[in-house]
Design a protein. Structure first.
Length: 184
């Protein structure tokens, strides 16, 4: 009995009984094939999801791209501790975020495409004396860009999107990327 026990402790034993056949270790062919198959399936899923994600970046409508740009501008202002400006670059059709100290920080496709039509996108600063009354009663001033401060605040602003004979007016909260009021 003790000879049997000594034999088992000196010879390694695998789950497949390799010690009984005289083998000392390693993987069987079926184990290697299963691992390769699982890794290839996982890799194909990652590649498909990455392609779907990357191809969908420019497919969002302009209001959604603008809202994501507002969120990014507020983040950049807080991260750089500098005043950050957001504007639409008409030649490229991109929303561009930059600071005077660091230059361009971020760029996002607007969804309009290159050579944006003149009235397709308008920014209006809501003047402080106008308060937060109804949309029609507010005094506005057209501007080319909106600035965000390190505390993530901005002046209240309105955005007008015009596309295919439809107009969308959105008023943004000065302290977040939320649309406070929207009118078509």
């Amino acid at each position: 009995m003790s000879a049997d026990l000594t034999d088992r402790t000196t010879r390694p034993m695998s789950a497949a009984g390799a010690a009984a056949r005289g083998l000392t270790g390693g993987f069987s062919l079926i184990e290697i094939v299963m691992v390769v198959a699982l890794v290839s399936v996982a890799a194909s899923l990652v590649i498909l999801n990455a392609n779907a994600f990357l191809s969908g970046l420019g497919d969002k409508p302009p209001p959604e791209n603008f809202q994501m740009s507002v969120r990014e501008a507020r983040f950049q202002a807080a991260a750089t501790r500098d005043v950050v400006t957001l504007m639409l670059e008409p030649e490229s059709g991109d929303f561009v975020i930059f600071s005077d100290a660091q230059g361009e920080l971020h760029r996002r496709p607007s969804g309009f495409g290159a050579d944006v039509p003149v009235n397709a996108f308008e920014l209006h600063r809501i003047l402080p004396s106008a308060g937060t009354g109804p949309l029609d009663n507010r005094r506005r001033e057209r501007v080319e860009s909106i600035q965000f401060h390190p505390d993530r605040a901005s002046t209240p602003f309105q955005v007008n999107f015009r596309h295919n004979w439809e107009t969308l007016e959105q008023i943004y909260d000065p302290f977040s990327d939320l649309v406070v009021e929207e009118r078509r």
